[in-house]
Design a protein around this ligand. Structure first.
Ligand code: BES
Ligand code: MN
Ligand code: ZN
Length: 489
């Protein structure tokens, strides 16, 4: 999507988008002789400027221009309404036949940031994935290619270019990786795709393959991978925008490119959704691209633990005992609790390599998290009050919402094993918490750590104002905001 900013409406053909904040509809005054007819349409449509409501009208006097009035709510602040406005306009117009939409904010008092966020919402909502649709009818194809935001305060264009354009690239990368099926995106092709997408970003890449990981003793990660013909990869993305020598913040993502459950195989129903079991790794890659894109003044490392979890003659069995890179042993009771086995070795490796003070991991880790929080918020588990507070603040500012979950000694005891240092599952109850407790056993003393269980958030079956149904890109904006406010700021 081409995004432009202008002081006044351009010449030529375009669809005009006018926001209406409840009954406050300053844009209508610009309609001249058409105003009365538009007001009549709004009235007959029972339009009251509610957030997300839309009415279309073709203005005759203006060479048949399409007008789209978008409600932004009477009491909604500009910063809350802005992205939704841009996104709603794009959702309505994307396949409408219009190629250019002008969103006119004149009279609404949107500051530079809010005007830039109108464009952000529009750009985020315009992403779609048509790569494998070879028979789309012309009428089903997107026509909208350009958005012009008019009437924001000066500085909107700079704000968009310096912050939000990078977010769009990051979220887009994540959504692409998450949407691609598992025959296309597997550990090695995940690395190749990311390498291609970040090649001009200034990010450094490092990749550990099977041999290196074997030498390092990553028995838990490799145990998950051993039933697959796809070779595992540990992908490391480095952004060095901060002071040389400053300890980096480390983000770690679960990248199970397909999760069949392994020998503890999942039921067939909905198993196809496990192509997005790499949503944590996807978010980490997207966040690093966003940070590099806006030249964040911070040192950040992204680690993606990439494996495929398959049943096979060589697959690990329930009851197998594996030795992790940390030296701790794990009895693998259930081969479907594989995410934690990948994360534990990735965490140990990152601690050895970078001695970080802060680690945040993201993982589509447990179905139990989806049962607890649904598709509205991800769960956050943390051993550090200030890290949890900062992440929750970033969540509220970015819209990638988090809700704190408990940790505790009594939960930790539920994963003790009779044969090894721990088992990889506890009882059915508190399944998300025992998963977090498992990961916590690999976090070094003194490291502030947060685990984000994003199982309910990486994919959405319904469209939102800034995202079509499908991959959401959850986590990218959250991590970018956290770095901006708590590491740079
Ligand atoms: N990737 C799944 C978790 C998941 C399930 C994410 C549904 C999104 C939707 C994870 O690897 C898994 O299989 N977890 C098991 C753990 C259990 C065996 C202790 C689960 O949640 O059922
Ligand atoms: Mn699983
Ligand atoms: Zn999984």
């Amino acid at each position: 999507m081409l995004i432009r900013f202008a002081d006044t409406r351009p010449a030529g053909d375009f669809a005009l988008v006018l926001p209406a904040a409840g009954s406050k509809q300053p844009g209508l005054d610009s309609l001249g002789t058409s105003k009365a007819a538009v007001e009549a349409t709004l009235k007959r449509s029972r339009f009251e400027g509610e957030s997300g409501a839309t009415v279309e009208h073709f203005v005759e006097s203006d060479s048949g221009r399409r007008l789209l009035v978008v409600g932004t709510g009477a009491d909604t602040s500009a910063s809350d309404a802005a992205e939704k406005l841009g996104g709603t306009a794009v959702a309505k117009l994307q396949t409408s036949g219009e190629s250019h939409a002008v969103i006119d904010l004149t009279g609404l008092n949107y500051d530079a940031d809010a005007a830039a966020r109108v464009a952000l919402g529009a750009a985020l909502r315009s992403w779609r994935f048509d790569r494998y649709r070879t028979r789309l009818k012309d009428k089903q194809k997107p026509t909208l290619i350009e958005i012009t935001v008019v009437g924001g305060k000066a500085g909107a264009e700079e704000r968009y270019a310096s912050r939000y354009a990078a977010i769009v690239s990051g979220v887009t990368l994540t959504r692409e990786l998450v949407t691609e099926p598992a025959n296309i995106i597997y550990p090695e092709s995940f690395v190749a795709r990311v390498r291609e997408e970040v090649k001009d970003s200034g990010l450094e890449l490092e990749v550990l393959g099977l041999e290196e990981m074997t030498k390092l003793g990553m028995g838990a990660l490799l145990g998950v991978s051993q039933g697959s013909v796809r070779k595992p990869q540990l992908l490391v993305l480095k952004w060095s925008g901060g002071k040389a020598g400053d300890t980096p913040t480390v983000f770690i993502g679960k990248g199970v490119t397909f999760d069949t459950g392994g020998i503890s195989i999942k039921p067939a129903q909905n198993m196809e959704s496990m192509k997005w079991d790499m949503g944590g790794a996807g978010a980490v890659a997207g966040a690093l691209l966003a940070l590099a894109g806006r030249k964040a003044k911070a040192n950040v490392i992204g680690v993606c633990g990439l494996v495929e979890n398959m049943p096979d003659g060589n697959a690990q069995r329930p009851g197998d005992v594996v030795t992790t890179m940390s030296g701790q042993t794990v009895e693998v009771i259930n081969t479907d609790a594989e995410g934690r086995l990948v994360l534990c070795d990735a965490i140990t490796w990152a601690q050895k390599a970078y001695k970080p003070k802060v680690i945040v991991d993201l993982a589509t880790l447990t179905g139990a998290m989806v049962i607890a929080l649904g598709h509205e918020m991800a769960g956050i588990f943390s051993n550090d009050e200030s890290l949890a507070k900062n992440l929750i603040r970033a969540a509220n500012a970015s819209g990638d919402l988090l809700w704190r979950q408990p940790l505790g000694e009594a939960y930790d005891r539920l994963i003790d094993s009779p044969i090894a240092d721990m088992k990889n599952v506890g009882p059915r109850e508190a399944g998300s918490i025992t998963a977090a407790q498992f990961i916590k056993r690999f976090v070094d003393d003194g490291v502030a750590w947060a685990h984000l269980d994003i199982a309910g958030m990486a994919w959405s079956d319904k469209a939102s104002a800034t995202c079509d149904k499908g991959a959401t890109g959850f986590g990218v904006r959250l991590l970018d905001q956290y770095i901006a406010d708590s590491v740079e700021g």
